[in-house]
Design a protein around this ligand. Structure first.
Ligand code: ADP
Ligand SMILES: O=C(O)[C@@H](O)C(=O)COP(=O)(O)O
Length: 426
């Protein structure tokens, strides 16, 4: 398999978001879960997005996993590797965006790495290094309450500088608006000053096209789907993209079976989507307090779902409002409670699949990671978009047989997302 563009995504929903953007902008793309086994049959594609679950692990572990993926992608011809991070820059002062970017840069021969999480289609814009989410500064947006990576500083130059070993610079909007050569000149000047990475402003798709053009001239960049859009369009313009590979229509051939939704995201958008789903389908809200005390909450949820699912889709949600999550975290610890809830939602999802679910929507990045790992799904073909950043996925190479899935980033999707997703998954 020879590819043009490689990507390493720091979580699985982020990977499907990027794969969706690359597909929509002219690159045939496949999403793998980790580095695929040599025997896995994958279509010939322009781009591979390797999904890792490294957003919230120790920085050293994230670096090791990312470097292995980088080598795999380069060995298959990737001229450029995009490290896909969250469009809300989810991370802590201990990492992992800085350490992984610097390690990948060293592996690619150095240089100032272009970094931008801007993704205007989903309301993420960067101006003078400050990240806005739907018009609100990052630290005033719902991301301030994220269960694992609460974001309290909107200045990404500062955020990344706290994580990185080398200095972090800024490519400001006037420079971006002046075009690719101006941006390239700025990066070259910063490189001479020893700047490890530069946050780039972008408020529109035309800014992203400029940044994509520049990134395509280099070996490595770090960003969200917006930068993927820029890169895909630059590659398509160069005439090198093929039109082969599995297309969206093929990816959504009907699979039949039962349908379910499992939610572990506590993001504002997901909380609203669960509320709206309650009007049209049975919804079970897990009692996470009981769950963490070690009661039979998981077994009870499986029984509850088994009694209803033959009649139509069901929703099982751990998701709770920020005050409830904080209380639980104060008692059991942030990581311990997160992992325990992820393990519970993953077990519920896989038990439902064992009972005949073939169409599965999972809400939440870490939640999706735990579920996909438990189901041991090696890869996905990319189907049509349900909402910006969320495609229908068709599983490849898993033991349960072909399934249709959607891995929804917590903050993505309109309020009727769950019904809209199931309407596209037959
Ligand atoms: N009621 C709850 N109390 C504490 N943590 C929870 C609760 N519900 C879900 N979680 C945890 O919150 C985290 C949500 O992260 P994630 O799944 O990545 O969602 P998002 O995509 O919104 O970031 C997961 O670790 C999940 O297990
Ligand atoms: O870039 C994005 O916003 C998404 O692709 C993403 O990574 C979101 O993370 P989760 O909300 O944790 O899924």
């Amino acid at each position: 398999m020879a590819i043009l563009l490689g990507s390493i995504a720091d979580d699985y929903t982020g990977a499907s978001d990027l794969a969706n953007t690359l597909t929509k902008n002219g690159l045939s793309t496949v999403q793998t879960v980790g580095i695929p086994a040599p025997a896995l049959a994958l279509p010939e594609v322009d781009a591979v997005v390797v999904s890792l679950k490294i957003r919230s692990v120790a920085a050293d572990d994230a670096v090791v996993a990312a470097l292995k993926a980088e080598k795999w992608l380069r060995d298959r011809g990737a001229a450029h590797v995009l490290y896909k991070v969250c469009s809300t820059f989810d991370s802590t002062d201990q990492g992992n965006i800085g350490p992984v970017t610097e390690a990948l840069s060293e592996a690619a021969g150095g240089g100032t790495v272009l970094v931008t999480p801007a993704f205007p289609e989903t309301g993420r814009t960067v101006y003078l290094g400050h990240l806005f989410v739907n018009g609100q500064l990052l630290d005033e947006s719902p991301l301030k309450d994220h269960p694992l990576n609460p974001m309290h500083d909107p200045n990404l130059v500062r955020v990344m500088a706290r994580q990185a070993r080398g200095p972090v610079g800024l490519v400001d909007l006037p420079t971006v608006m002046a075009g690719p050569d101006a941006v390239m000149a700025r990066l070259t000047a910063m490189n001479a000053e020893g700047v490890a990475a530069a946050i780039a402003d972008a408020v529109s798709e035309s800014d992203l096209e400029t940044l994509g053009e520049v990134a395509w001239r280099t070996a490595l960049s770090t960003g969200a789907s917006g930068l993927g859009l820029g890169l895909a369009r630059a590659i398509a313009r160069s005439g090198r993209a093929s039109s082969s590979g599995a297309g969206p229509d093929d990816a959504i051939r009907s699979v039949g079976g039962l349908a379910a939704i499992v939610a572990g995201s506590c993001s504002a958008a997901t909380l609203r989507q669960i509320e709206v789903a309650e009007r049209s389908m049975p919804v079970l809200r897990l009692d996470t307090e009981r769950l963490l005390k070690g009661s039979d909450e998981v077994a009870a949820a499986i029984v509850w779902a088994s009694e209803r699912i033959a009649a139509g889709p069901v929703v099982i949600a751990a998701s709770a409002a920020p005050d409830v999550v904080s209380r639980l975290q104060a008692q059991y610890g942030r990581e311990a409670s997160g992992h325990a809830v992820e393990a519970a939602t993953a077990t519920i999802a896989s038990e439902l699949v064992a009972r005949g679910v073939k169409r599965l929507v999972v809400a939440g990045g870490e939640t999706s990671g735990a579920t996909v790992d438990q189901l041991a799904i090696p890869a996905f073909l990319i189907g049509p978009e349900i909402a910006p950043g969320v495609p229908v996925l068709r599983t490849v190479g898993n033991q349960q047989g072909e399934m249709l899935m959607a891995l929804k980033s917590g903050n993505f999707g309109g309020e009727d997302f769950f019904a809209a997703a199931l309407a596209m998954m037959r």
